[in-house]
Design a protein around this ligand. Structure first.
Ligand code: UDP
Ligand code: MG
Length: 336
């Protein structure tokens, strides 16, 4: 049997949770029918909700043994919710999805088809439209992806989402990234692996309200830039060099003017000196920044490498395939 864990971070989702539970159980029942070797568990995370979310979890756990939950002592943010879910999921496959049905459970069967044979390690959706979102918000989102992909080594796909169907191997890799300031879009991409992006039209949340304000999203995007790029730290080196070069050019110009005319150039050299000293200071700050950037990356203790496949994984996958085939044969024989 193979276990699929469905991880759902929830913050004040009392309105939508019953709908979500109904949808997800319907879809997973269909999947279990099609693939008799699949089992499911639902791991709900209550991220310090102030409404009846926790009570609903309890009710669901009472009537369905597959429901597990973790309830946080306060609101820690969706990133912490996802981490707790991944850490505690027991599945051979792990799904991460929102509770508001903006990540339609109907995608799961197709996602599973992509990952089940090891062709992909992760299947995820990518928004191709941003309907239902304000123009300003979309423009800022686009700007963010542009800047991010310019200054960071980690590519972040525009429209990529936290709706993911992952193999155990990929989940373990993500858990190896134990950094405190978590920016999942970056982490998912940093660990690599073969990812299938499934384009889809944005859907609006079914009920309840989004907990992301514009300001919240802005802070989150700064978080992303700081977590995956150290470019801002060494920025001042470039200003320093520019300022110093400007000073050199000014001194040269001042000398020429002083030699060939009788304009008094004292003030000009004072400005040049200020620029030169400022440039040296900025440059030195930038150098400090560069060392700090190195230290910053070290402190994160990210894994030095992540293996995508080894002979061991290859063999066990092959064995599993063989087992599945023999299972199917067994299923058929009693009827004959
Ligand atoms: N969420 C959470 N903790 C928070 C904020 C949100 O666990 O502090 C959950 C929320 O319940 C939902 C998912 O994260 O399942 C996405 O949140 P939301 O729908 O508000 O964001 P949006 O879809 O607007 O980006
Ligand atoms: Mg949502």
């Amino acid at each position: 049997m193979k276990l699929v864990s469905v991880v759902v971070p929830c913050y004040n989702e009392q309105e939508v949770l019953p709908m979500f539970y109904e949808e997800i159980t319907k879809v997973t029942a269909g999947m279990a029918k099609e693939h008799p070797d699949l089992e499911f568990e639902y791991l709900f995370i209550n991220d310090g909700s102030k409404d009846r979310t926790l009570e609903i979890f309890r009710e669901l756990a009472d009537k369905d043994k597959r429901v597990r939950y973790i309830s946080f002592s306060r609101n820690f943010g969706k990133e912490s919710g996802m981490y707790a879910g991944l850490k505690n999921a027991k599945g051979d496959y792990v799904v991460v999805m929102d509770a508001d049905l903006q990540h339609p459970p109907a995608f799961l069967p197709e996602m599973y088809n992509y990952v089940k044979d090891g062709e992909f390690d992760c299947a995820t959706t990518r928004r191709v439209s941003r309907t239902g979102e304000s123009k300003v918000r979309s423009a800022f989102a686009r700007l963010f992806y542009k800047i991010m992909n310019k200054i960071s080594q980690t590519e972040i796909v525009d429209g990529a989402q936290d709706f993911r169907f992952m193999t155990r191997q990929m989940v373990d890799a993500i858990l190896e990234m134990s950094e405190y300031n978590r920016f999942s879009k970056g982490i998912f991409s940093w660990v690599g692996f073969k990812v299938k992006y499934m384009p889809y039209e944005n859907v609006e949340r079914m009920a309840g309200t989004t907990s992301w304000s514009f300001w919240g999203l802005f802070k989150y995007s700064l978080e992303g830039i700081m977590a995956f790029s150290t470019a801002p730290l060494s920025l001042s080196v470039f200003f320093g060099i520019a300022s110093f070069l400007a000073a050199v050019i000014l001194v040269f110009m001042g000398l020429v003017i002083a030699l060939f005319t009788d304009i008094s150039m004292g003030w000009f050299f004072v400005i040049s000196a200020i620029l030169a000293v400022g440039g040296i200071q900025l440059g030195c700050t930038g150098i400090l920044g560069m060392y700090l950037a190195k230290a910053y990356m070290e402190v994160k203790k990210r894994p030095i490498y992540i293996a995508g496949e080894t002979d061991e994984i290859y063999r066990s996958r092959k064995n599993n395939g063989a087992q599945a085939v023999s299972l199917e044969k067994n299923d058929v024989s009693p009827q004959q």
